[in-house]
Design a binder for this molecule. Structure first.
Ligand code: SF4
Length: 419
């Protein structure tokens, strides 16, 4: 009987792609993939160590698999990913039950022949277009874990996209630590626009979605490509992290308040109706009450369609770890709640403006009473959903639905055949 393998994939989509490669590696060796980890011969925990919460979740998952090993249900444990890269020595010292460690730096190289076993639903897939990061934001540990920025060759990405589309994928999601810098290291200039044009040309019936654009690298040429190609989602994922100039500088974000505002105004003018998603960090060392209020007013004024808030996490080995005036946890929590509730009102209003409109959605699954779908303004696992009433809709197909109701994150609508 074939040996079985399963994986617990934690963290972001970038980690998920690494998990897909690991599974492909083991299935090539003759293992059979199982979805549920509790009874597999080998279990891989692909960890995340980006912030404190992620580390805790990773450790908890490893401990659960160790329990299964002690009960004799699991024979071998492999720990991969960022946590294993960062804390391998400590982990092997403390948790003797772990049989093997894999880091992160061997992933994503050209010539990596592992292939991928998709862990996403059949109708969408992620494509990594780069590894590592060229920035050195003061709070972030990623460059120390993943190294400097490395783009994948455009030809390889296009071939991968074609393969996925031929398999029936309807939405390709481009990822990297900073997708907007794509090409700089390989071709001497930014090439994301060129890459997008080619990808958008493969099939007009496939959505192309971009995640993780760094505001300092987002240029007019790229926005024009998005504007001109209707199958590139009107979804601009632009992590801003803060708006106060002093904090932006301390964060080493390489962009100022005025530059950010001009960029947002430009996006709003050039691509009207696009959903801008951003994320902010609250409680960065030294962030005063006044600077925090500036952030809240900015979020209110800009009316971001989608917004994520993170509490600053003090990470060893980063410049901000050494900064004085660390903000107490209680205060971070308070600021987090204030910003989240300000956004709640924006988000509800943004969604309510869709009532009565016809929106194109991709059907994700058949629920009990409704189909679950997503608009181009919503990335999987990150943003909201649309609940669709209708008959005989197919999972993985696009439909135009009429919106009848809207909540903070989700929309409700119906499909009438022929629309
Ligand atoms: S851009 Fe900044 S926050 Fe993002 S991965 Fe690079 S260093 Fe980290």
């Amino acid at each position: 009987m074939k040996k079985t393998i399963s994986i617990i994939s934690l963290g972001c989509p970038r980690n998920l792609v690494d998990s897909e490669k690991l599974i492909a590696e083991f299935t090539k060796k003759g293992y059979r993939f199982q979805e549920h980890a509790a009874h597999s011969d080998t279990v891989i925990v692909n960890t995340c160590a980006f912030i404190e919460e992620a580390k805790k979740e990773s450790i908890d998952s490893i401990l659960r698999v160790i329990d299964s090993k002690k009960e004799g249900k699991v024979k071998k444990i492999i720990v991969a990913g960022c946590l294993s890269e960062r804390y391998k020595d400590e982990l092997s010292e403390e948790l003797k039950e772990i049989d093997e460690f894999r880091g992160v730096l061997d992933f994503g190289r050209e010539g990596d022949s592992r292939g991928r076993s998709l862990l996403t639903p059949k109708h969408y897939a992620y494509i990594k277009i780069s590894e590592g990061c060229a920035h050195r934001c003061a709070y972030c540990v990623i460059p120390y874990l993943k190294g400097s920025y490395k783009s994948r060759a455009m030809g390889h990405i296009i071939k991968e996209a074609e393969r996925l589309i031929n398999k029936g994928v309807k939405e390709l999601i481009l990822i990297g630590q900073d997708t907007s810098l794509y090409g700089m290291d390989l071709y001497g200039k930014r090439k994301l626009g060129d890459l997008l044009k080619k990808l958008a040309g493969i099939s007009k019936d496939v959505w192309i979605r971009l995640l993780y654009l760094h505001p300092a690298n987002l240029d007019e040429g790229l926005l024009k490509v998005i504007k001109d190609n209707k199958n590139i989602c009107r979804y601009i994922d632009l992590p801003l992290e803060h708006i106060n100039d002093r904090i932006l500088k301390k964060m080493r974000r390489r962009i100022t308040r005025n530059e950010i505002i001009s960029l947002i105004e430009y996006i709003r003018k050039e691509i009207p109706g696009a959903a801008i998603r951003t994320s902010f960090i609250v409680g960065f060392p030294g962030e005063t009450e006044k600077e925090f209020k500036e952030l809240v007013s900015f979020a209110r004024e800009m009316r971001f369609e989608r917004l994520g808030v993170f509490k600053y996490s003090r990470e060893e080995g980063t410049p901000a770890y050494e900064y004085k005036q660390q903000v107490p946890e209680k205060e971070k929590e308070k600021r987090f709640n204030v910003l989240m509730s300000a956004q709640k009102r924006v988000s509800e209003a943004v969604n309510q403006a869709f009532i009565g409109k016809l929106l194109k959605v991709l059907v994700e699954e058949k629920g009990k009473d409704y189909y679950i779908a997503r608009t181009e303004y919503d990335a999987p696992e990150i943003d909201g959903l649309a609940h669709v009433a209708g008959k005989d809709l197919k999972v993985g197909n696009f439909y135009n639905i009429r919106i009848t109701d809207a909540y903070e994150y989700d929309l409700v609508g119906y499909y009438e055949s022929g629309k």
